[in-house]
Every structure is written in C-alpha cells, then in structure tokens.
Design a protein around this ligand. Sequence first.
Ligand SMILES: Nc1ncnc2c1ncn2[C@@H]1O[C@H](COP(=O)(O)OP(=O)(O)O)[C@@H](O)[C@H]1O
Ligand SMILES: O=C(CO)[C@@H](O)[C@H](O)COP(=O)(O)O
Length: 536
Amino acid sequence: MAERAARRCCLGWDFSTQQVKVVAVDAELSVFYEDSVQFDRDLVEFGTQGGVHVHKDGLTVTSPVLMWVQALDIILEKMKASGFDFSQVLALSGAGQQHGSVYWKTGASQVLTSLSPDLLLHEQLQACFSISNCPVWMDSSTAAQCRQLEAAVGGAQALSRLTGSRAYERFTGNQIAKIYQQNPEAYSHTERISLVSSFAASLFLGSYSPVDYSDGSGMNLLQIQDKVWSQACLGACAPRLEEKLGRPVPSCSVVGPISSYFVQRYGFPPECKVVAFTGDNPASLAGMRLEEGDIAVSLGTSDTLFLWLQEPTPALEGHIFCNPVDPQHYMALLCFKNGSLMREKIRDESASGSWSEFSKALQSTEMGNGGNLGFYFDVMEITPEIIGRHRFSAENREVLAFPREVEIRALIEGQFMAKKIHAEALGYRVMPKTKILATGGASHNRDILQVLADVFGAPVYIIDTANSACVGSTYRAFHGLAAGTDMPFAEIVKLAPDPRLVATPTPGASQVYEALLQRYAMLEQRILSQTQGPPE
Ligand SMILES: Nc1ncnc2c1ncn2[C@@H]1O[C@H](COP(=O)(O)OP(=O)(O)O)[C@@H](O)[C@H]1O
Ligand SMILES: O=C(CO)[C@@H](O)[C@H](O)COP(=O)(O)O
C-alpha cells in the first residue's frame, strides 16, 4: 500500500467515438492503470451503434452529450472501487474525437461551478445543454454551409490558406452554422460552445475550458498562423460566435486547478492541474513522440495518417493543424471515414465475425492479391469523396464480388494504398529512415500491420498501448506541470519506452505494390469521374 501511495502520476483521458478511456502514467512514464467504458456495451440505454446515432437522412450523425457525461461517472466510480489513489494525481489532460461540438445552455456555468459531491455528474448536468444530441465528426450534412463559408472568404483555397483546410462538412464552424440556421432558438439559448475535448476539460475544471489551438484548427474558424479566430469565418457561420467560443489557448496551457467536486468526491489533491485537452489525433502525435520523417497511422473508428510539419502547407486535400506540443510548428492530417467499422463489416461478412479468421485470410493470400483491387466505402469517404464498393479484376474490369479471402485482402491493401497515394499527394515521401508508427484498435492485429509495412515499404512500430491518445495526454500533462520552465516536450518524454518494431516489408513487396499503386490511383480517378457530376 505504501508503494502504491508513493506512485505519483498523471492521468490521460480520451473521449473518442466508441468509448471513454483513461490511463495513469507514473513519473518514470510507465503506464500502470488503463480502463475504458464502451458506449454501445456499457450504456445500452442510449441505443448507439459504434457510439453514434445515424439519422434517417443518412448524413446527420450525432451522439448524446449526457452519454459522454455518464461514461465519465462510470469510469471514475470504477477507478474508485478498484482502490485507485486519486490523491497522487499531479495533473491530468485529455483528448476528444475531433470536430464534434457541445452546446451549453444559458445558466450551465452556474451549475458547473456549484456541483454537489454527493451526486454523480450526469444527475446534475441533465438540464445544462441546449442541444442534447451533438454533431460528431461522422456527420456530413453541412454541404450548403460549407459552400457558404468558402464563398464568404474567397473560395476553397483562400479558406485553406487561412484555416488549414478547405470547408469540410464535419468541421465545427459549418456544424455551428447549420444549428444556427435550423434551430436559431437553441443557438440563442447557448452560452458556450465547446469541442468534445474542451467540453471534457470543462467537466474536470468545473468551469468552461478554452479550446486549444491544435483541436481548434479542426473548425474552419481559426487562423492557424496567427492563432486567433478569423472574423470573416465567424461572421459567415453565426452571430455572436466569438463570445460563445471564448479565446483559444496554446495546447500546453494549464487551464486551472481541478474542480472541488473531484477533490471532495474522489480525493484528488486540490492543486491537481488540468492541462488543456486537445483532439485525439494531436494527442496521439504526442503519445507516439513523432519525429520528422516519421508517419503515424491511427487505425481507430476513423483511420488517420499524420505527420509533423515545420511549416504549414495548406492544400485542397487534407488538413493542417497547429502542432499540439510545439507552438512554432504544425501537423498534417488525412482522415478516412471508412476505417474500423468498414473492416468490422467485411470481417462479419467474410470471416464469420472473427478477427482470427480475418487474419488467416490475410496470411493465406499473396501480396498484390493476384491483381484484384477493391474500394470499400459504405459511408461517403472523406479522402477521396467516393461512396460504395467497387471491385476490379487484374484486367481492370469491374466485378460484383470476390471470394472471401480475396475480399479481405482487397479491403486492407486498398485502405493502405489509398493512404500512401494521398500522403504522397501532400508531398510526403518514404525515406530510408522512415518509421511508420501505428496505433488505434486495429494496431492489435499483426497481419493488418504486415500489409501496412508491405504497401508503404517501411517498418511498422507500435508503442506499448494502442491508446496513444491517452498516453499522449499524460505526457502533455507532465509537460504542463513544467510550464514556465521552457522545458521542451522532447525533454519531458525522453524516459518513455521506445516504440517496438512489429513488421518489416516482405522482400519483393516494393515491386508488387509499385505497379498496384499506380493502378489503384488510376481506378480511383475513374470512379471519381464516373460518380461526380460535371463541374459546376
Ligand atoms: N484484433 C483486431 N483486428 C482489427 N481491428 C480490431 C482488433 N481489435 C479491435 N479492433 C478495432 O478497433 C476499433 C476500436 O479502435 P479504437 O482506437 O479503440 O477506437 P476509438 O478510439 O475511435 O473509439 C474497433 O471498432 C475494432 O474494429
Ligand atoms: O475526424 C477526425 C479527424 O479529422 C477523426 O479522426 C476523429 O478525431 C475521430 O477519431 P477516432 O474516434 O476515430 O479516433
């Protein structure tokens, strides 16, 4: 017990699409506690699938805000029941699925600052939200608002130069514009708008937490070079928006001490610091300790690919965000919507719902899949904008179905070829020293990671946990503790365990995929030209 009491630590949270997760990391940067609450499994009363509700239009996707609050209650109660010693927590930080937004009703701030430690959070926050179902990153219902925003600032390229991205339907500014246009009453009763990340931080803080620069870059509202809200973008989205958003802050800011609610109910020390929460992808960049030239591939609900950038290079595809650990630098991100949920569908259809059957299919098929290629986009993809399943034989003939094993390999090879092609379009090149750092739920699967190594022609590494967003949040919390000392992030994380090599390219892979990548890119263009209408 004495040893346990001496284990000073930081907590890292992740409010992601399908679950809330937490890890505790001690001063030697060892992870010694991990836990999670899964929305579909542990909060069945909310009736989500994959953590969300897809509405009848097939475009609107939301999650109940009170489900997120209750998930936090459950996980904290589990930690308490397991004897977790909250008195040793020096600081905490966290991450949230990006772009999603939370609407606090007028008067909610009063409730947040006077929470009773005798009750759970969700019992006290029931009436605090003007919108109970929050738009999340999977939403693609704001095409009209995107066109309005681009028109207001001089086009897609101009918006990208300003905010790091052209208008994207899931980006928060466009989501806010839709809420203002369709539900002006709820908008006018909203005193504060948070991202999922700053909403979660607000719960710990007992007051509204500011949005950090890095997650704030996913809104189409922040000028990523000047780090201030763009007046032109705010004006194009909704009135009085600046006061509802508050001022954005550097990602490593300490936003305050923990609220007395957590001190009294769980025994956190009153001086425990809350470091600004950020997006799950920026937090993963911190957790994987990305170095220049490396590439991170997150295989969570979404698949994402990200890089560290010295200078911003905004384009019409992909996103540039402020860097979460170095305020002078940036990160590039590509997001693919058809990630784990698409893999689960093909697993259920072609591998009897079993990951081990799925792996066997990858092992029993050859690199290059006999020339068979597939595109699997059951929901409208972000990169590129294609929907539907498209399968091609070695002769580039579209076919309706593949044998089961071929289907599985076509899915995984196709997903990774798309990532390589679109990363190269952003200017990224695999170099001899390139490491691929993999994370997210599917990074548990070595056969999937082998295909990743083969398609990219580079070794794949993992860190000890697939929860890199949580681990990165603890590192950011330690960094926050050193605030004011100018200690660089790299210095803070130098004790962290090195990533582990898990897959190297199979000999001959580069010859196989060189030709296949060219065909994939050509067929992607063919599908795009067939599915998109004539240019406006
Ligand atoms: N062995 C496995 N092989 C492939 N995918 C897996 C495996 N184990 C878990 N997953 C996938 O991981 C996904 C969850 O990933 P995770 O990173 O935890 O999601 P998020 O953070 O977005 O909630 C699940 O939807 C599941 O499909
Ligand atoms: O939209 C994006 C990034 O732009 C997504 O990556 C979300 O941040 C969701 O993350 P996961 O729950 O899939 O990790």
